[in-house]
Design a protein around this ligand. Structure first.
Ligand SMILES: Cc1ncc(C[n+]2csc(CCOP(=O)(O)OP(=O)(O)O)c2C)c(N)n1
Length: 568
């Protein structure tokens, strides 16, 4: 025998490599795949057809990748994207990078040219896809023997979904996928997924409690890890038992409902606690990854003097930017459970005055927004637009935020009652992900409304995805904040280089809604603020994918952008 792909004798049932991929994914609980066809993947597509595993096929591979990311984020589970050899792989790289930086558990399956065709200059070949993917994945591997597919795909799923989670790429040559082997020679593993969250050490729990109890102005910052660990209930119980206010970063919105009296807002709003007697002195950072969402090394959000209790599944994150008083490498929910058990028997100080300070900061921020909200138009002030969106979308809408200033504006008004309801930029800050992310959010949540808030620059990247929405009956409502500009770039240019030094940052006014209409979607143009609310309601009521193209004023700069520009 010169290879494990030999078929052997006898009457045993034969299976293709593609069939083994699909059977293993089914054992891992995979119910949806995102992708774009290529001949290299044909056996996987055929097996998906046989097993009725739906493939949401997109118009560009990057949208499939982003859809798998949003699916993973929405379900707190695995997303799967499948792309063909060569250009299919190169097109999905931005998604790989995004998932890598955000630790999103996505399995990327790529086709590649046959092993037997090595070094033959054949179609879509010549790239070492594994080498290219290695620095931007948790693990990347080429499978070269058909019998090993179940074992290695299962391992890939475990690698992606175990903490710290992250993307994994499995590259399978076309001849390995299409080979027919005896099914008994490649058994499918029974248990693919692991579930073993780690508990904190009791000593660390005691240290954390002591610090929080003796603090004058403690806060809890909830981060991505708190969301992925599903720590909302435990977080709320602890906040209520101790009276400690909670702020949350981009993926943790909604863990504590926005209208909860102890909710301070998104982490950037901690910058409003700027007076010396308002600055937090102890911060419980729950699943937080310090950096972009905590304003890097500076102290605008977390004072340098504050004592930090950092709970994170990845030891690498602890102490990375800030020295910690207590570092706990453990699951955030398990840690909150342990803290809650002990919190019950403690007497906690009266935090009424501190809670009032946090509430006042929120009220002050709302007051500062009133002038913009009341401004007569047109043009529509962007804050008026996002406010009308928040007021008129259905209660349980999942918002996907894209563009740059568009979502920074939305951060001012975001209200959320349940976690996983706001999917937006992570550390890569890649403009143009919105429509792809929305596909995944809608597939994962067929009963919930999905609204994609997107800049006019951002929508151009994958505008053909309105076709994917229409074909797959995904009634996503995209609202384009049309300011004829790459506004975040334009404002940066204006501030740094001068208002008369604009280059490459202006766009034309375009009828994006008509592009959506051309794909069979609902379209509306809105230029007066009073038209926006009804248009949003009409779009959701249509049951179709929709594009509302809103003309907004380019001039205003969101408060968060001012804050970010001032960080150095
Ligand atoms: C893929 C990518 N290309 C370029 C950039 C640089 N960039 C950051 S913000 C921005 C402008 C975004 O414009 P738009 O989508 O219209 O949103 P707005 O800021 O107007 O809300 C650009 C080009 C980026 N972050 N990502």
């Amino acid at each position: 025998m010169d290879g494990e792909n030999e078929t052997g004798a006898g009457t045993m049932a034969k299976v293709t490599g593609g069939e083994l991929v699909v059977r293993t994914l089914m054992k891992a609980g995979v119910k949806n795949i995102f992708g774009l066809h290529g001949a290299h993947l044909e056996t996987i597509f055929q097996s998906c057809l046989d097993h009725k595993i739906p493939i949401t096929d997109t118009r560009h591979e990057v949208a499939a990748g982003h859809a798998a990311e949003a699916y993973a984020r929405s379900t707190r589970g695995l997303g799967v994207a499948m792309v063909t050899a060569g250009p299919g792989f190169t097109n999905v790289i931005t998604s790989l990078a995004n998932a890598y930086l955000d630790r999103t558990p996505v399995l990327y399956i790529t086709g590649s040219s046959g092993l037997a065709e090595a070094e033959t200059n054949t179609l879509q070949s010549g790239l070492d896809q594994v080498a290219i993917a290695t620095p931007i994945t948790k693990w990347a591997l080429k499978i070269t023997v058909t019998q090993t597919i179940p074992r290695l795909v299962a391992q890939a799923v475990r690698m992606a979904t175990s903490v710290p989670t992250g993307p994994v790429l499995i590259d399978i040559p076309i001849d390995v996928l299409s080979a027919q082997i005896d099914e008994e020679s490649a058994p499918i593993p029974e248990r693919v997924l692991l579930d073993s969250p780690s508990a904190p050490q009791p000593k660390a729990v005691e240290e954390a409690l002591a610090l929080l109890k003796n603090a004058k102005r403690p806060v809890i910052m909830a981060g991505v890890g708190a969301y992925f660990a599903d720590a909302g209930e435990e977080l709320r119980a602890f906040a209520e038992a101790t009276g400690i206010p909670v702020y949350s970063d981009f993926q943790a919105h909604g863990l504590l409902p926005s209208n909860h009296p102890l909710y301070g807002g998104t982490t950037h709003k901690m910058s409003d606690l700027s007076a010396p007697d308002q600055r937090p002195d102890v911060v419980l950072a729950l699943g937080v990854r310090f950096g972009l969402f905590t304003m890097g090394m500076n102290d605008k959000l977390v004072p340098l003097a504050a004592k930090i209790i950092h709970v994170e599944v990845d030891a690498k994150e602890i102490g990375r930017l800030r020295q910690v008083a207590v570092g706990i490498v453990a699951d955030p929910r398990e840690t909150m459970r342990a803290l809650n058990v002990r919190a019950k028997s403690e007497k906690w100080p009266d935090r009424a005055a501190w809670q009032q300070t946090v509430r006042n900061a929120k009220l002050e921020r709302c007051k500062r927004m009133q002038e913009d909200l009341n401004r007569p138009g047109p043009p529509i002030h962007p804050l008026q637009a996002v406010s009308a969106i928040a007021d008129n979308m259905p209660e349980d809408t999942i918002v996907v935020g894209d563009g740059a200033e568009a979502y920074h504006w939305f951060n001012e008004v975001v209200r959320q009652n349940q976690p996983g309801s706001y999917i937006t930029h992570g550390f890569l800050g890649s403009v143009g992900m919105g429509l792809g992310l929305s596909l995944g959010a809608q597939v994962a949540n067929p009963k919930r409304p999905v609204l994609c808030l997107v800049g006019d620059g951002a929508i151009g990247f994958t505008i053909a995805e309105f076709d994917t929405m229409a074909r797959h009956k995904l009634p996503i409502v995209a609202v384009v904040m049309n300011n004829h500009s790459w506004a975040a770039s334009q404002h940066f240019q204006e501030i740094v280089s001068g208002k008369n030094r604009l280059l490459g940052t202006e766009l034309r006014d375009a009828n994006y809604h008509q592009v959506a209409e051309a794909f069979g979607c609902f379209g509306r143009r809105v230029s007066k603020i009073e038209e926006l609310g009804p248009a949003i309601k009409e779009a959701f009521a249509s049951g179709k994918p929709a594009c509302i193209n809103v003309s907004i004023d380019v001039a205003p700069i969101p408060p968060e952008v001012h804050l970010l520009m001032s960080r150095h």
